[in-house]
Design a binder for this molecule. Structure first.
Ligand code: SF4
Ligand code: SF4
Length: 72
């Protein structure tokens, strides 16, 4: 299953929970501050995302949206 996520960077507090929880280890913190002064999470290899939604479920700021491509 392939997935894709979107991180609302200005809602992110840089807590790293999503980075720790991602089984594919494809998330990391950005090197630029967001509007609130935090380093937000970003995706480094979207092609490896499975759409498992672990990142979105653990995010305390509800900053992550997940899409899945289902096989027929
Ligand atoms: S949906 Fe799953 S594989 Fe994709 S970034 Fe989130 S935790 Fe990682
Ligand atoms: S869990 Fe949410 S708030 Fe924490 S770093 Fe990830 S996207 Fe940002």
């Amino acid at each position: 299953m392939k997935g894709r996520i979107e991180i609302e960077k200005n809602n992110c507090k840089g807590c790293r929970y999503c980075i720790i929880s991602c089984p594919k280890k494809i998330l990391l913190l950005d090197t630029k501050f967001n509007a609130s002064g935090y380093f937000p999470a970003v995706v480094k290899e979207m092609s490896k995302c499975t759409g498992c939604a672990m990142c979105a479920e653990i995010c305390p700021e509800v900053a992550i949206t997940v899409w899945r491509e289902m096989n027929e």
